[in-house]
Design a binder for this molecule. Structure first.
Ligand SMILES: [Zn+2]
Length: 269
């Protein structure tokens, strides 16, 4: 009997993404703190517009390196996921499948067929480039929303504060209190988006192999939500997801889909 393996989560990539996005968010917060000192309340309206514009330009510069790393974060997640998939296939069926050819950087010609997967024998994974492009676009929008939302909140705080005649110390506190909101949001984006990429890759790779269903598996730690714990060991079909999605799709979900190979190209009973 083949040995059952746990499908590991790409925690390393999630940590790297989180570190980069958090670093940029904190730099923006620091810049806002120093810009705040430039607002003179006698001519605050002109000052504020100029300062917000400067902060927008700063944010663009500071988040750009994170945006440039997005394709690589996705590629690393894909490679990690592919290794897990091959280990799980080997454990569940005894079959060695070749690595995803699309995931191998620098590959220029199609390799010889492994003769294993009838659906996609070369594992060329032609869907991978489009999945990556969509994920990157989605993440660019999320990253841009961090600074856009924060600066628009800051603008409102200052306008409201000046209109109400609030002390500048009160206004400043409201602005700095908002920093932690951006930081938690940045952390969540990184963790959640790597999880979603991982879940999408798992689903597509199983479908490529003709796997039509899976067994719900969770980490079963204290962070896992009760409704997912209740699904432990139960069978689901890929074309009929539970209400909140397949494993790994709900926010912060670390569950995974253990493939049911019975109807797959591997012909396992
Ligand atoms: Zn879960």
């Amino acid at each position: 009997m083949a040995k059952k393996r746990v499908w590991l989560h790409p925690d390393g990539v999630a940590r790297d993404y989180q570190r980069e996005i958090l670093k940029a968010t904190r730099q923006l917060n620091k810049e806002i703190t120093s810009a705040y000192g430039d607002i003179r309340f006698d001519g605050w309206q002109d000052d504020l517009t100029g300062i917000i514009n400067a902060l927008e330009a700063f944010a663009k510069r500071i988040f750009n390196p994170v945006i440039e790393k997005l394709p690589s974060f996705f590629a690393l997640t894909s490679q990690f996921n592919d290794r897990q998939w091959r280990i799980i296939v080997k454990g569940g069926t005894g079959v060695d499948i070749p690595a995803s050819q699309a995931a191998i950087i620098g590959l220029t010609k199609a390799p010889a067929s492994s003769g294993v997967l009838g659906v996609d024998a070369y594992r060329a994974e032609r869907w991978l480039a489009e999945m990556q492009a969509n994920w990157v676009a989605q993440n660019v929008a999320l990253i841009n929303s961090i600074s856009a939302d924060q600066l628009s909140d800051m603008e409102q705080i200052v306008r409201r504060g000046v209109m109400n005649g609030s002390a500048s110390s009160v206004i400043k506190k409201q602005i700095t209190d908002r920093y932690s909101v951006s930081e938690s949001r940045a952390k969540l984006i990184a963790i959640d988006q790597i999880g979603k990429a991982n879940a999408a890759l798992t689903q597509q790779r199983q479908k490529d192999a003709g796997v039509d269903g899976y067994i719900w598996r969770g980490v079963l730690d204290q962070r896992e939500r009760q409704i997912h714990i209740d699904r432990e060991g139960k069978k689901y079909k890929w074309d009929s997801p539970p209400r909140d999605g397949h494993p790994g799709q709900p926010i912060r979900c670390r569950c995974y889909a253990e493939p049911d190979f019975s109807n797959s190209v591997f012909n396992i009973d």
